[in-house]
Design a protein around this ligand. Structure first.
Ligand code: 6CS
Length: 286
């Protein structure tokens, strides 16, 4: 279990997190040197979101979740003994990676063609459908993002720069009815307070939040009708294909040995789902 060495305490805002990371060394220009640099550094700087079970940070800074646990196991096989995680909004992860603030993103960042053009993804690791948390009984009858679009009173919360925000906008929900939610607890509170009518995240994330809220006035709509099942991968800077290929080789060994399943399945993820698809398919929109 790795600790957060450079985490700026939650609640200090994205600017503070970015400042804490900006001092970190720039990414090695030569992709082939990246792995050697991380071995010497002793850790990889990883962007996470703190959205269990994908990524989680305990009060004392311990980092866990399926994404960091897979990345930690793969990096250990590559000779990089630790990870140092920083919390980032999904929409800031790829710019942060490109600016050299992170060495990789291990946050369950779903593979989509537009993201595949911006980063070098590993092979898939975490797959999930989309969900919406709603008030008990789903009073507005929201089953899909299109249902939200059709109801002029319906407001949907989603992570900034995340897939659910994009799906809602693509379904025709006007920008002023797609509310950016900074974190899970805020989303649940906004739903409880009636400031939004649905809060959308992947199924495992919404189920984790609603279970922890212990609030019988909430229901879960899963899966969101018409929304794809997505698979995530670890994202590397676009030019670091040598590092990414070495990561993929070690990841494949963990998948082959059964170790990958032992890491992801206790969190609720299907190893078979990730192993049944590929970066090539997902980056082509498959
Ligand atoms: O990659 C994404 O865009 C989505 N992934 C997760 C794990 N949560 C929400 C986010 O929108």
């Amino acid at each position: 279990m790795s600790t957060i060495r450079h985490l700026v305490r939650p609640g200090l805002g994205l600017a503070a997190v970015l400042l804490a990371c900006a001092a970190a060394p720039a990414v090695a220009a030569d992709a082939a040197d990246a792995l050697e640099r991380l071995k010497e550094q002793g850790f990889a700087r990883v962007a996470i979101a703190n959205e269990p079970p994908y990524t989680a940070v305990t009060a004392d800074g311990k980092v866990s979740g399926a994404g960091p646990d897979v990345a930690r196991a793969v990096l250990a096989k590559m000779g990089v003994p630790d990870i140092v995680a920083s919390i980032s909004e999904y929409g800031a992860m790829i710019p942060g990676l490109q600016a050299g603030r992170f060495d990789m993103v291990a946050a369950g960042l779903f593979m989509k063609p537009e993201r595949c053009r911006a980063v070098a993804y590993s092979e898939p690791d975490l797959c999930d459908a989309e969900a919406m948390a709603v008030k008990k009984g789903n009073p507005l009858g929201l089953q899909s993002y299109e249902d939200v679009a059709k109801n002029p009173d319906a407001r949907i919360g989603a992570p900034g720069g995340g897939t659910e925000e994009r799906l809602a906008l693509q379904a025709g929900v006007p920008r002023d009815r797609v509310i950016v939610v900074p974190d899970g607890q805020s989303g649940i509170k906004m739903l409880q307070d009636g400031r939004i009518d649905a809060y959308s995240l992947p199924v495992l994330s919404i189920n984790d939040l609603v279970a922890k809220a212990g609030d019988t006035t909430l229901d879960v709509v899963a899966p969101v009708k018409g929304a794809p099942v997505y698979c995530a991968g670890v994202a590397f800077p676009k030019d670091q294909t040598a590092f990414r290929d070495a990561y993929d080789k070690a990841l494949a060994e963990l998948k082959e040995s059964g170790e990958f399943a032992k890491i992801v399945e206790p969190y609720g993820f299907s190893a078979a789902a990730a192993m049944s698809t590929s970066r090539e398919k997902l980056c082509a929109g498959g």
